[in-house]
Design a protein around this ligand. Structure first.
Ligand SMILES: [Zn+2]
Length: 128
């Protein structure tokens, strides 16, 4: 999979971010092992029930029957893109559905991209 497709998908999703409180807009693109791409953006709420772009993408995919995930690309920032990595809640959420080698790309501008595995971002995840 060409990362540019994921970057463009995430950028497009970010345009739909609903962020009247933080103005921090995030978009992401989740690639399944079957080759499908699901996008997500963050959606805020004035209660405590905002949802991050990553969990939007995962819940869209899972609700459509997807269970095997290859990687996710995340980008975000207030105006310009800045380095944005998944929050702790999303890391734990991902660990329910992805193995430790799941790849997380953080894109923050022209040729600026970082890649981590889920294990690197969430060592010793909680597990029952
Ligand atoms: Zn999150």
């Amino acid at each position: 999979m060409d990362l540019h497709i994921l970057i463009e998908t995430a950028k497009k999703a970010r345009e739909n971010a609903y962020t009247p409180y933080s103005n921090y807009k995030v978009g992401c693109a989740l690639l399944t092992k079957s080759g499908k791409v699901f996008s997500g953006c963050n959606i805020e709420n004035d209660g405590l029930m905002s949802i991050c772009a990553e969990r939007v993408a995962f819940t869209k995919a899972i609700s459509e029957g997807e269970k095997d995930f290859e990687c996710i690309l995340v980008l975000g920032g207030k105006e310009e893109l800045q380095y944005t990595s998944p929050c702790g809640y999303c890391r734990q959420f991902m660990s329910e559905f992805c193995d430790k080698n799941f790849e997380i790309y953080m894109y923050y501008g022209n040729d600026k991209i970082d890649k981590k595995t889920l294990e690197e971002l969430l060592p010793n995840n909680f597990s029952l």
